[in-house]
Design a protein. Structure first.
Length: 156
């Protein structure tokens, strides 16, 4: 079991090293690719540290903002730490936000990250790139006991 954990750690560090050298990632188009994208962001955050990762996650031209896919970050109180396409959200508590159907999506995403460590949620959200309301599937992952990240893809 220790050998498996060591291999996972080494693979994660190797992937993070390659990731740190990349300029841009490819935008995920399905749930499996979304998991890979968010895991790459988590590896980056663990390698570079929270402050450095948040700078990159908040950069609309950064490697984790590709088309209409971007990494968002929150603390476990619901405070937005990163949102490259809606920077006005950063520094605000969005825990009470609900989608047009009354779904408390930030609360749900936060609970998924906190209680399960990772997972998917669906809700309606306005795509910041085109202003259109769309169904969004997001995948989130807990980074540590203070914050979590995620990204989502819109149904076309």
């Amino acid at each position: 079991m220790k050998n498996i954990a060591l291999w996972v750690l080494l693979l994660t560090l190797a992937a993070a090293s390659v990731l740190a050298a990349q300029d841009k990632l490819v935008a995920p188009t399905n749930p499996d690719e979304l998991v890979v994208f968010v895991n790459q962001a988590a590896a980056f955050a663990n390698l570079e540290g929270k402050d450095a990762a948040l700078v990159v996650f908040n950069d609309k031209n950064g490697k984790f903002t590709v088309g209409d896919v971007y990494v968002f970050a929150y603390n476990f109180d619901g405070m937005c730490l990163a949102h490259a396409l809606r920077p006005e959200r950063v520094g605000t508590n969005t825990l009470a936000d609900k989608d047009v159907n009354g779904v408390p999506f930030i609360k749900n995403l936060l609970e998924t990250a906190r209680d399960k460590g990772q997972g998917f949620d669906e809700y309606s959200y306005v795509n910041p790139n085109n202003g259109q309301l769309a169904q969004k599937t997001s995948y989130v992952i807990k980074i540590d006991d203070t914050w979590w990240i995620g990204a989502g893809i819109y149904k076309k």
